[in-house]
Structures are given as C-alpha cells and as structure tokens.
Design a protein around this ligand. Structure first.
Ligand SMILES: Nc1ncnc2c1ncn2[C@@H]1O[C@H](COP(=O)(O)OP(=O)(O)OP(=O)(O)O)[C@@H](O)[C@H]1O
Ligand SMILES: [Mg+2]
Length: 373
C-alpha cells in the first residue's frame, strides 16, 4: 500500500498538447480515489504518468513518499488496467493471469492459488482455458482486471475498467470492486465517465477539466457544494438547473430573481450573497429540490412551471418545463412516479430554499455560503 502525491505535474506531448497542466493532488494510502471528467480532460494521461508509462514534463510524483519520476514502471509496484485493455491473444486466460507473476518469479503454487482466488472473485473460472478471441468484451475486461488483481500491487490504477460491461454486470462489478477495496485496503485510482460509479465507489472524487483539477472532495460534499457551474452541471443526471437571474434586495433581506419568480434567500446566506446585490448571477436549483406541497415558515417558495414534456422513468418522472414563464429557461425536475402533467399545462411546485446555490456569471465560481442541515 502507498500514498501517491502529484506535485504540480504537467504533461506536454511532443505535438505541444498540454494534456495535464500543473496538477497537485494527495492520494492517501489506501484511499479509493475517482477521476471524473469529460473526454480529453487528461484522466488517462495522469494515470499513465503515475504508472510510469508516460514521461512527466515537469513536477514531482511521489509514491509512498519517494520521488519516482525516473523510476521504471516495473519497479513502481503499481498495476494499471487500461481503457483499451490488451490481453496476450495467443495465451489462455489462465496464462494471461499468470504472465506478470512468472516474470516476477513468483512460485508456481502461489500463482495457482492467486489465480483461483481472483477467478472466483470475477466469475471467470469457466473461461480459464479459453483464448481472448473466444471471450466477449465484458469477459475480456474482467480478465484484464484479474491480471491486475493477481499481482497484489501497492496501488491499482483503473482506467474505465467497467465501460464495456452491460448494466447488470457493471452494477455487480462495482460492488465487487468496493468489497475488494474494503478487504485489501489497497490504494485505488479509478477513472470513469459514469456518474453512478463516481458517486458510489470512491471515498473522494477528483473532477478534472482541460488538464486541470477543478474540485476534490467526498462525493456528497462535491454534490452538495459544487465549486463552480462546471461541476454543478457535470455531476448527476439530470444535473443542477443553472438559470440566469439576479440578486435583488427584498425587504430587509435578499431574493434571487429568475424571470418573474422571486426566491427569498435564507437569512443565513445573506452575508455570502450581499456583495452581489443588484448584480446578475447564475441561480442553481437541483432537480430534486422541488415539491408539490409548500412548507411553512418560509422554507419553500412557489414556482410556476410550464410543462414541455414528462419523462416517465418508472421509479420517478422527470418534468421538463419552462421556468416561471412560457418563454423561461428549460428546467428538469424530479417528481414522484405517479406525477403527470400535459404539455402546455402550468404546474406550481415549491422550491426548498436552503438548497439554492448561486454562482458568479463572470468567474462561474460558486458564492460560498454556509451549509444548512
Ligand atoms: N500520445 C499523445 N500524443 C498527443 N496528444 C495526446 C496523446 N495522448 C493524449 N493526447 C491528448 O491529451 C489530452 C488528454 O488525453 P487523455 O487521454 O488523457 O484524456 P482522457 O481524460 O483520458 O479522455 P477520455 O475520457 O476520452 O479517455 C487530449 O487532448 C488528447 O488528445
Ligand atoms: Mg482516457
């Protein structure tokens, strides 16, 4: 097991693309860290630099406190499972699993017992004598994962290892990886595009954009307190609704105004938003923070929603509507499964005011406010 420290790490490829731009991050010993971000933001490049497969242009990489910039990949004791996993086509699954261990001169009986254990864990025992060409995509992906597991390294780097699996297998592998981490306690860095994987698997999420780290934190911390509009719109589907509005004074308090709708700002947030009074802002409203019934004590405020369509998903219904007026911005709202509304119908819902987030439209940063229970 080992901690992994990135200190102002930059990667510029020979074609002058700066894929990773001065990134600093402390991954704790035994931590399950998620890298999340859009395609091309530098997730795989970062992983490959940690593994030693890509030279670091500048900055320091420490594994277990030791600077390893120039250390050979084989001497870093880190296993990586690639996005485009490559198995040796001429070897059986069992030999694919054994290969790395043989190179390291692990004893034959030890190799056998590790393969048996990992094959059982991944449900690939019936496939051990097959060649990769005789496997499905998902089965190959599990073998690739198995090849990393049998090594029992100090850290696992997983580059979208579940992306080729069907929904059921993906869900069970997600659970298996969490269990595996609980039992081994090995440091894991897991790259994903998948919101559910990001929210459910990691102890912390590191959100990347254009070669930079935008925010690092526990999943619910990032979800409840997105640092900027990018994070707010990236995490969860449907994401936070981001609406152009203004902060205005409202009696002796403040209100966020979007179109004709006034959302009174909870007293505890006034200080945080005061500097933006009279100015344009972006108002962030999560889809699940609207409800059919008003709550007393000024906890909620009514909002008129002009129905565009409803998406009946089974466990819930997504109401797609224009906010406050028929020409207002489009919003997505989570409703209970029995909710129905016709196109053109106006529905009044009640927004849970303590859940409001306000962003500066210039910097896109959140206006940091206290956190109410
Ligand atoms: N070998 C390379 N040479 C030049 N540019 C590269 C190379 N590999 C990646 N890039 C560029 O570096 C940037 C980051 O790529 P990277 O593969 O790290 O992204 P990613 O976040 O893993 O994306 P994805 O989610 O699509 O896998 C991209 O602009 C990409 O085109
Ligand atoms: Mg990638």
């Amino acid at each position: 097991m080992a901690s992994i420290t990135l200190d102002k790490i930059t990667k510029t490829y020979p074609n002058d693309v700066t894929a990773v731009n001065g990134v600093s991050l402390d991954i704790r010993d035994g931590e399950f860290m998620i890298f999340l971000g859009p395609s091309g933001c530098g997730k795989s490049t970062t992983l490959r630099m940690i593994a030693g497969l890509e030279a670091i242009s500048s900055g320091d990489l420490l594994i277990g406190g030791r600077r390893v910039n120039e250390v050979d990949p084989a001497d870093r004791d880190i296993a990586i499972v690639f996005q485009n996993y490559a198995l040796y086509p001429h070897m059986t699954v069992a030999r694919n699993l054994a290969f790395g261990l043989r190179l390291r001169h692990v004893e034959a009986s030890e190799i056998q017992s590790r393969i048996t254990r990992v094959a059982a864990l991944l449900g690939i025992e019936p496939l051990l004598s097959r060649k990769p060409s005789q496997l499905s995509g998902g089965q190959r992906q599990r073998v690739a994962l198995g090849r990393a597991l049998v090594r029992e390294p100090q850290a696992f780097l997983l580059d979208e290892p579940l992306s080729n699996l069907d929904a059921t297998l993906r869900a069970s592998m997600r659970t298996e990886l969490i269990k595996l981490h609980n039992s081994l306690g090995t440091t894991i860095v897991h790259v994903t595009h998948d919101q559910v994987e990001a929210m459910t698997m990691g102890e912390r999420i590191c959100i990347m954009r254009d070669g930079d780290i935008v925010q690092v934190g526990a999943p619910m911390e990032v979800y409840r307190n997105p640092a900027d509009t990018f994070v707010a719109s990236f995490l969860a589907t449907p994401p936070m609704n981001l609406l152009p509005g203004r902060i205005e004074s409202d009696g002796d308090g403040l209100a966020a105004v979007v179109e004709t709708c006034r959302l009174p700002i909870p007293a505890a947030y006034r200080e945080a938003y005061a500097s933006h009074a009279g100015k344009p802002v972006i108002v962030g409203l999560r889809p699940e923070d609207f409800q059919a019934v008003a709550v007393g004590g000024g906890r909620t405020a009514p909002v008129a929603l002009h129905t565009i369509t409803t998406e009946v998903l089974g466990p819930e219904v997504i109401l797609v509507a224009n906010f406050a007026s028929p020409g207002g911005p489009e919003v997505h709202i989570r409703m209970p499964r029995d909710f129905r509304a016709k196109t053109g119908e106006t529905v009044t819902l009640h927004f849970d005011l303590p859940e409001i987030q306000v962003f500066d439209p210039g910097t896109t940063r959140v206006l940091a406010r206290p956190f109410l229970p």
